[in-house]
Design a protein around this ligand. Structure first.
Ligand code: OAD
Length: 237
């Protein structure tokens, strides 16, 4: 498909962590079935009802510590690709979990932020945070109480690292989207951007996404099967 060592950009979404026991957002049993986005994932929701929002993210953060939640073969295959591919592999994830890192992936761009980090609204520092946030929790940097918020990009906020992502997309020989429904921009537009700059494009998802027709090629099935098979093929070249 591409020359050995050519630059690759990979975008992952909630579907890559589904087989690890983390819920996706859309569809049956998804997080957005039990919660309205406007109630838990916007700056306005946090201003209106910080406790409800913290509870939602506390629950999801606690789930990361569940011994049953572990990186699956898809996360591991991408870490192997990063280690063994002789060219650059840029991994951009919309996921706020830490399963790519726990699979051994070294460089991960968390464009929607990270569940295991916290931001202080008093001093704007960010720190690692693995326990529940209580209403009076103090900032590890400035010790101010009650001003912590999840280090998550909410709807209406700017995703992280867009300049670096745009540069990687413009140089990519191959763009691959894994486990994402293609409903949320700007990530859903990455395929078109990469393709316009000459990349081959591949979708790996359980089912055709909302932007399936923008890709040259698609392989549909569980990430734990299709991702390791694709990585093995690429590394065997
Ligand atoms: P979605 O829940 O929208 O989509 C998950 C996709 O993964 C769907 O297309 C599923 O078919 C697919 N899928 C499910 N199980 C799978 C499996 N085992 N293997 C492969 N694919 C599977 O999640 P995202 O596209 O990641 O943003 O959602 C994008 C953003 O919307 C999230 O980052 C979040 C959300 O609202 C914010 O909260 C800002």
């Amino acid at each position: 498909m591409i020359a050995r060592g050519a630059p690759i950009v990979i975008l992952t979404g909630a579907g890559i962590s589904a087989e690890s026991g983390l819920q996706t957002f859309r569809g049956e049993g998804g997080l957005w079935e039990g919660h309205r986005v406007e109630e838990v994932a916007t700056p306005e929701a946090f201003a209106r009802n910080p406790e409800l929002v913290q509870r939602f993210y506390n629950m999801r953060r606690a789930k990361l510590g569940d011994p049953a939640v572990q990186p699956n073969p898809a996360h591991k295959a991408l870490a192997l690709l990063e280690a063994e591919w002789p060219g650059s592999v840029t991994l951009v994830t919309q996921n706020i979990d830490n399963l790519h890192e726990r699979a051994g992936h070294r460089a991960v761009i968390h464009m929607h932020g990270s569940l295991d980090r916290i931001r202080c609204l008093a001093c704007y520092s960010e720190n690692t945070w693995l326990v529940d946030v209580e209403p009076e929790s103090a900032c590890p940097s400035c010790t101010t109480s009650g001003r912590l918020r999840p280090a998550i990009v909410w709807f209406g906020e700017m995703p992280h690292a867009l300049d670096a992502i745009a540069e990687a997309l413009s140089e990519a020989a191959l763009f691959v989207a894994i486990g994402t429904s293609g409903n949320v921009y700007p990530a859903a537009g990455f395929v078109a951007a990469a393709r316009a700059d000459g990349a081959r494009t591949l979708e790996l998802n359980l089912e055709p996404s909302a932007v399936r027709t923008a890709f040259h090629e698609a392989r549909h099935g569980p990430a734990g099967d299709v991702v390791p098979a694709w990585v093995e093929e690429l590394l065997a070249r």
